[in-house]
Design a protein around this ligand. Sequence first.
Ligand SMILES: Nc1nc2c(ncn2[C@@H]2O[C@H](COP(=O)(O)OP(=O)(O)O)[C@@H](O)[C@H]2O)c(=O)[nH]1
Ligand SMILES: [Mg+2]
Length: 286
Amino acid sequence: MLFKFGIGAKLKALFSGFRKTLDQSFFDNLEDLLIEGDFGAKNAMLISDEVNARKPKTEEEFMAIVRELLEDKISCIDLKPSKDELTVYLVLGVNGVGKTTSIAKMATYYKNEGYKVVMAAADTFRAAAIDQLELHAQRTGVRIVRQENGSDPGAVIYDAISSAQARGDNLILCDTAGRMHNKENLVRELQKIDKVIKNRIKPENYKKILVIDATTGQNSISQAQIFNEAVGIDALILTKYDSAAKAGALVQIGLPVAFVGTGEHYGDMHVFDKDEFLTSLAGLGE
Ligand SMILES: Nc1nc2c(ncn2[C@@H]2O[C@H](COP(=O)(O)OP(=O)(O)O)[C@@H](O)[C@H]2O)c(=O)[nH]1
Ligand SMILES: [Mg+2]
């Protein structure tokens, strides 16, 4: 798996430059580096204080401390749909983060795992969004449930659930609009959609997945807060990890990660592996 967590090499270089002294400017630089990597001021200080307290003598000791402190701040979730009952994955996130692309990648992934997958085109805000999903449905060879542009997203999902139950499909991947006229509108719309699904799907078969763009950095933290407060987020997908070495925001968001997107092809999505992620942080995986 491609994990290029660029900060690992920088941490090592910083440590080797200061190895003998570990003075105030080392700790200042360490905090700056962590803040630059989107780990947040609080985590930067926590790590810096702990390194200061433990006084590592080697690069390995230093990296082990950083790894240990990050270990319990990152978690993963294994998204395994049931084969007996219908599962719904509601895919959320602001415009352009990669929701529709991730749905196409997930469709490919779960189809290969033997699931009968359906896409629901509930981003009815833009006409192009429905056509884009339709194209992905054709290319990946899965069924799509769609309505007119501008129709009620809840109605699209309702239809998708009814037809999937009638046909014995396993998994609905539901696209949503990431943009509304304002935040209140978006939250209200999401809560309506959420209610439609909750009324028909058991909680264990319903997951709300937030897509986070790895190139966004700090702003993704407030995105996660908005969506989490609106409907409660079960899992994250981190996209565009091929074009950004920053993913410290994950540590600050604190929600479990399911997949990482590493490109624009259908195969460019990987189940998130925490150990691998932390190893690449330490610069060992590159
Ligand atoms: N490099 C790269 N590009 C991606 C990835 N995921 C999505 N994209 C691109 O990001 C853009 C927006 O994606 P889209 O799925 O339309 O976003 P949406 O508005 O959230 O549905 C498209 O050009 C995608 O090809 C990824 O993992 N890596
Ligand atoms: Mg889209």
